[in-house]
Design a protein around this ligand. Structure first.
Ligand SMILES: [Zn+2]
Length: 138
């Protein structure tokens, strides 16, 4: 099943491509920035808390059919889109679901643009490891 953490990451990735979270009652939110330094931004965390508070009821990522509540229900899993490697919901039972939200993004995938990411910056982690190694060698 798609754990809450996976759904959170899914939203974070798509927000970085400008896909807002839409509400059945009207309105949409798109926190910006999504990432600050090596963590999710306060704006994104506030949005996520709002989603969790409602159990994901009545909101869904623009261009998708599954509400966040459905994604949190356990009937869905997260897989990588075959076209752009972004996280997409798939049925846990193995039936391929509808298209990736990237289907209506013009000019995507685009390898020229910085790719959406998680807050963990592996490059700076590598740099820390490299520095630690350098120190132990002195
Ligand atoms: Zn895609």
């Amino acid at each position: 099943m798609a754990a809450a953490q996976q759904v959170k990451e899914y939203l974070a990735y798509w927000f970085q491509l400008g896909k807002p979270l839409q509400f059945d009652r009207g309105g949409a939110i798109l926190p910006h920035p999504v990432i600050e330094g090596n963590a999710y931004s306060p704006a994104f965390e506030a949005c996520w808390q709002r989603v969790l508070a409602s159990g994901g009821q009545g909101c869904y990522l623009a261009g998708t059919e599954q509400s966040i509540a459905e994604l949190l229900s356990g009937a869905w899993d997260m897989a990588d889109c075959a076209r752009c490697e972004m996280p997409v919901p798939t049925r846990s039972l193995g039936i391929q679901s509808s298209a990736c939200p990237c289907a209506d993004l013009p000019g995507w995938p685009n390898t020229e643009l910085p790719q959406p990411r998680s807050p963990i910056d592996s490059r700076s982690q590598l740099e820390q490891i490299r520095q630690r190694l350098a120190q132990t060698q002195n």
